[in-house]
Design a protein around this ligand. Sequence first.
Ligand SMILES: *Cc1c(COP(=O)(O)O)cnc(C)c1O
Length: 401
Amino acid sequence: MPGTELFGQEERKEVNDVMETGMLFRYNHDQQRNGMWKAREFEAEAMKITGAKYAHAVSNGSAAIAIALASSGIGAGDEVIVPPFTFIASVEAVLFIGAVPVFAEIDETLCLSAEGIKKAITPKTRGICLVHMCGGMADMDGIMKVVKDHNLILVEDAGQAFAASYKGTCVGLFGKAGSYSFDFFKIATAGEGGIFVTNDEATYKLADAYSDHGHSHVGNNRGMEPHHVLGFNYRISELHAAVAVAQTRKVPQILKANRRIKYAMMDILSQTEGISFVTLPDPSGDSATFLNLLMPDTDTAKRTVDELNKAGIGGFNYWYTNMYHFINQWDHLKNMSTVAKLPVELVGSSQDYNNLHLPKSQEVVGRLISFGIRCTWTDEEYKALANNIASCAKKAMPVMA
Ligand SMILES: *Cc1c(COP(=O)(O)O)cnc(C)c1O
């Protein structure tokens, strides 16, 4: 959790700015706020890092994906291709804007593959919710070709890939709209927060209104603003935005440290036969928040996890058995256990979520073990960790006949 490792004076100062005026609301009240516009500043910092033409800060990353989908024109009954490996928010966002998720295969990039997307397309497919997983990025050249050939709407959930890029463009900016999360576990945190991004002005205006009950945000009398569309409340508070401003400014420094540490650990681990790494379509754009190992097969990965636990080594995720990140554990989705009826239950899905055939995703996630990189690790700390991981992996490797 790199951002949280660097909490300091900078975050405190930004929060105090807000406390001094007491203006916790992001809009209007120009006199009382004494020039403090933290949500706007957060957006400006996010635009500086990503190069997005438009950014809009909201309450969290889950809201940001829902806003990205809706303002891109995806709605009730539309099929949206999603990955089976993601933080479940991406799938929930599709469901809660009224659309229908259709699962497709990921590959060694940990993201949807162009091949997988192509196979999941039906006459009802409207768009793709592409998720850039574990700090890395999808194979964008291949995916953009499928998007264009089939005239699909691409929305990117870059919740855990803020500042990651592919051939010079930040992930989140390839499609119509994208989103980033600033929750407590991300490269930079607001406590709770998210950013919506797009390069398209019309999409931005829709997102800006949709996230605040349809308010046009024109003029300085909130009560008299016209409402051209219906919306909801996904606003961020100035307190959260204040923390995010200070944290976002630290991202370039975090990136540098993460990358140095991750690649040094990969050098050590690549000397152990049987350990390989996930595919990074553009290694120079890695946000390097995770070191992602691929073991030869699922059984070896499970034995490695056992060895790591025996050795008391924490700080890793074995997503294959994790409750929130892989479809195998999503019984509530498979059984459609909802609090109240969702549109998908009325329109139905072309997929039976209880009988999905996703062998490639099962194989890749079964082999994957991810270690969160800490940007404050000393050379001694990360070297010792890499050596410990290597020795656990060696004990777990299958014995060659
Ligand atoms: C963290 C995350 C989210 C959700 O973000 P919140 O800010 O926690 O709502 C969505 N998608 C992915 C891929 C994430 O990792």
